[in-house]
Structure formats: structure tokens, C-alpha cells
Design a protein around this ligand. Structure first.
Ligand SMILES: [Zn+2]
Length: 310
């Protein structure tokens, strides 16, 4: 179609009709994301979570992916959101405001915002703009206005961080800085963060040799031959995990279809490649790092096999 041939009114009608279709398509996309989320299919595709799948696997920007996840999950709790998205009465960024408020409330009070509460606030912000929705949500949940943490990568690849912390956390940091004053070169917060970060990395990755560690199994070896059965039941030692973190650094799960590897560095666990129920033993050769999500997926996938083999 040659748009140049359309008059003013026709172009106005055309854009409105296209936007209507766009909203219908968005609704379809949200329903699809909801289904993928509920079946946790992103795990099988080799992603540690739905967000990474939508960004790295589907091609959304981080913000677009998060807004769609927020909406797909709210759609699950409050199905009437579907009509409001299709009619355009509620926009994705308003939905994200509700979901973010619910997450913040859970983080600070461990109280879950109910589906009924979400439905109620959704009605209140219907057809409102962003600022009005922000105010409605803050007063509905009685939330303070919190400045968000911003993180900007600068030209020299250093990162500029701006964050707001509670009075309690500020006091704790000051106390910790005072306790470490013998080790820190100044009372600059960056010195403190550097010191603590280095200590955590060293503690979690440095592998001592066996004699130094006083490992019980090495002493056993001196007095008696290793019995296979005891190796089988013995779980992996923290030493094994440190060796793996030094070697592999990330989740080793691969989608068998595409070969895509998860590579998440969060919540890493030591897994038996050949599972213990299948007589896999606790040796370093049989050990691999999996993120908690993929460890659980592997367990679920093998659960069926396990019962068949018995
Ligand atoms: Zn993983």
C-alpha cells in the first residue's frame, strides 16, 4: 500500500486500526509468555529464568521483557487484565508498577499482595496516566516514595552507581567499617566494598590442599582402603565445589536440542553428572556445576527414569 496516497482522515483511521491490532497481538503474546512460564519451558531451552529467555532467546530489550513478564503473571492472577490490555485502558508500565509494589511489599514485610488486592488497584488505575497510577498505587499500599538504584557504565567501563539505603543498613556499614578499620586504607565506601568483595571471592574459590584442610576422607585413606559404597553415599565437599567454580564458573546445563548452555552464575550447586540413584559416585570427574533451577529440572526429568529403573 502506498501511504502517500491516503488522505489525513484515512491515515488517522489506519493508525488507530493498526494500534488496535497491536494491542490484540500483545494480548496473544502475554498469553503465550504465561504458558511458557507455567511450564517452565525456558529451563529446557537452556535459560536460568524467563527474563533471560525473553532477552537472549527471543530478542526483547530488558525493560520490554520485564514489563511483559509482569503483565503475563498478573494476567494469570487477574484474568480481567486481558480485556483492559486489548482495549488500551491499562498499559504495560502501569502493570509493572503494581507488580513492583507487590515485590517490594513482599521483600520488606514477607506479606503477599493477594490477587483480590491487585484486582482492586487495577480497577483504580484503569484509564489513568503513569503519574496518577504511581500516586494511586503508593497510597493504596501505603508505600513510601523510594528512589531507585541507578547503574551507568561510563566511557572507561567504570560503573557509576547511585543508590538509597535504609538508616539501619547505613549504620551497619559504618559499624563494619569501624570493625575493619585496621584492614581498610580509608573510610571510603569503595575501599570497604573492595575489601569485602575480595574476601568473599577468596573464601568461595580458594582451594586448600587436602592436608591443610584436614579432610576426613584423606585420613581414612591412610588407614583403610576406600570402600566404594561410602564414596557413593558421601555428598560432594565444599572443596569440590570450589574446584568446579575455578574451572567452569557457571551452570553447565545445555539444551539437548540446540546445545545452548545456561551459563548462569547464580545459586550454583554441585551435581552428580551420573546421578547417585544410578550409582554415580562423588568424584570430581562425575561432578558439575548447575544453577539451582537446572538442578531441579534435571531432578524432575530423571524422577521418571528413576522409578522405571527400580
Ligand atoms: Zn542453569
Amino acid at each position: 500500500m502506498n501511504l502517500k496516497l491516503l488522505n489525513k482522515m484515512e491515515l488517522d483511521q489506519r493508525i488507530k486500526s493498526l494500534v488496535g491490532k497491536e494491542r490484540e497481538l500483545l494480548h496473544e503474546i502475554l498469553l503465550t509468555i504465561k504458558e511458557i512460564d507455567q511450564r517452565k519451558l525456558y529451563l529446557e531451552f537452556g535459560f536460568a529464568n524467563l527474563f533471560l529467555y525473553l532477552v537472549d532467546g527471543v530478542g526483547y530489550s530488558a525493560g520490554s521483557a520485564q514489563r511483559r513478564i509482569d503483565a503475563a503473571r498478573l494476567l494469570n492472577e487477574v484474568p480481567s487484565l486481558g480485556e483492559k490490555i486489548q482495549s488500551g485502558e491499562v498499559k504495560l508500565h502501569q502493570v509493572s508498577l503494581i507488580q513492583k509494589a507487590a515485590r517490594d511489599i513482599y521483600k520488606t514485610t514477607h506479606k503477599k499482595v493477594t490477587a483480590e488486592e491487585k484486582k482492586e488497584i487495577l480497577e483504580q488505575i484503569t484509564s489513568k496516566n503513569f503519574q496518577e497510577s504511581q500516586k494511586e498505587i503508593a497510597s493504596f499500599f501505603d508505600l513510601p516514595v523510594v528512589e531507585v538504584t541507578t547503574q551507568t557504565v561510563q566511557a572507561d567501563e567504570s560503573v557509576r552507581l547511585s543508590l538509597t539505603i535504609s538508616k539501619e543498613l547505613a549504620e551497619k556499614i559504618q559499624q563494619a567499617q569501624a570493625l575493619l578499620s585496621h584492614a581498610l586504607s580509608s573510610n571510603d565506601i569503595v575501599d570497604y566494598i573492595t575489601y569485602v568483595t575480595d574476601r568473599v571471592i577468596k573464601q568461595k574459590t580458594s582451594v586448600k590442599n587436602r592436608a591443610e584442610e584436614g579432610d576426613a576422607s584423606s585420613t581414612n585413606n591412610v588407614y583403610e582402603p576406600k570402600i566404594t559404597a561410602t564414596v557413593e553415599v558421601k555428598p560432594f565437599s565444599p572443596r569440590t565445589k570450589k574446584i568446579l567454580i575455578n574451572k567452569d564458573q557457571c551452570c553447565q546445563y545445555k539444551d539437548p536440542m540446540t546445545g545452548r548452555q545456561c551459563r548462569s552464575r547464580w545459586f550454583l550447586q554441585t551435581d552428580h553428572k551420573q546421578s547417585r540413584w544410578a550409582h554415580g559416585i562423588s568424584t570430581i570427574e562425575n561432578a558439575q556445576l548447575l544453577c539451582a533451577q537446572h538442578n531441579r529440572l534435571k531432578y524432575r526429568q530423571e524422577a521418571g527414569l528413576k522409578y522405571i529403573s527400580r
